[in-house]
Design a protein around this ligand. Structure first.
Ligand code: CMP
Length: 137
C-alpha cells in the first residue's frame, strides 16, 4: 500500500555530515521525498515528538539531546513506507542493528542512533501533523 511516513535525521548525523548518504538510502529504495526541513526543535516540539516516552528514565536526556542542534525533518512516500523505513533504519540500539541498516552504519549509541522513523501508521500521522501540518488532511 502506498503510504507516507515521517523520519528525522538526528543532530549527530547532521553534525557529522551524513545527511546526504542517509537520504540517498531512501531514494535508492524508491521513496519520494514529499517534504523536508532543517530545524532546531523547540523543547515543546521535542516533547510532543517523544510524548510516548515521557516518564522513562531516558526522556530528559533524549529531549535535551534532540533540541541541542538542528535535525532534518522529512516526509517520504512509497509502497509500505512505514514498515520498510523501519527496516532500512534498523534496531534502536546501533550495536544490535543488522549490518547495512542506517543505524548500524551511522549510529553511535542508543541515544545518538542517527535517525528516527515513525513506528506505526498512527505515529506517522501524528508526527507528520506535528512537523508538517500543511500536509495533514
Ligand atoms: P527513536 O527511534 O528516536 O525513539 C525514541 C528514542 O529514545 C530512541 O530512538 C533512542 O534514541 C532514545 N533512547 C535513549 N535511550 C533509550 C533506551 N534505553 N531505550 C530506547 N530508546 C532509547
Amino acid at each position: 500500500m502506498r503510504e507516507r511516513t515521517f523520519i528525522m535525521i538526528k543532530p549527530e548525523s547532521v553534525e557529522r555530515g551524513h545527511i546526504g548518504e542517509i537520504i540517498t538510502r531512501f531514494e535508492h529504495r524508491g521513496f519520494r521525498i514529499v517534504a523536508m526541513r532543517m530545524e532546531k526543535l523547540s523543547r515543546e516540539k521535542a516533547e510532543a515528538q517523544y510524548e510516548e516516552h515521557r516518564g522513562k528514565d531516558f526522556f530528559e536526556n533524549l529531549v535535551s539531546y534532540i533540541c541541542s542542534a538542528p535535525v532534518v525533518l522529512i516526509v517520504i512516500e512509497g509502497e509500505d513506507a512505514i514498515s520498510t523505513a523501519r527496516k532500512i533504519v534498523g534496531e534502536t540500539d546501533p550495536k544490535k542493528a543488522e549490518p547495512g541498516t542506517i543505524r548500524a552504519d551511522f549510529g553511535i549509541d542508543i541515544q545518538r542512533n542517527a535517525i528516527h522513523a515513525a513506528d506505526s501508521p498512527e505515529k506517522a500521522k501524528l508526527e507528520i501533523k506535528l512537523h508538517f501540518p500543511e500536509l495533514s488532511t
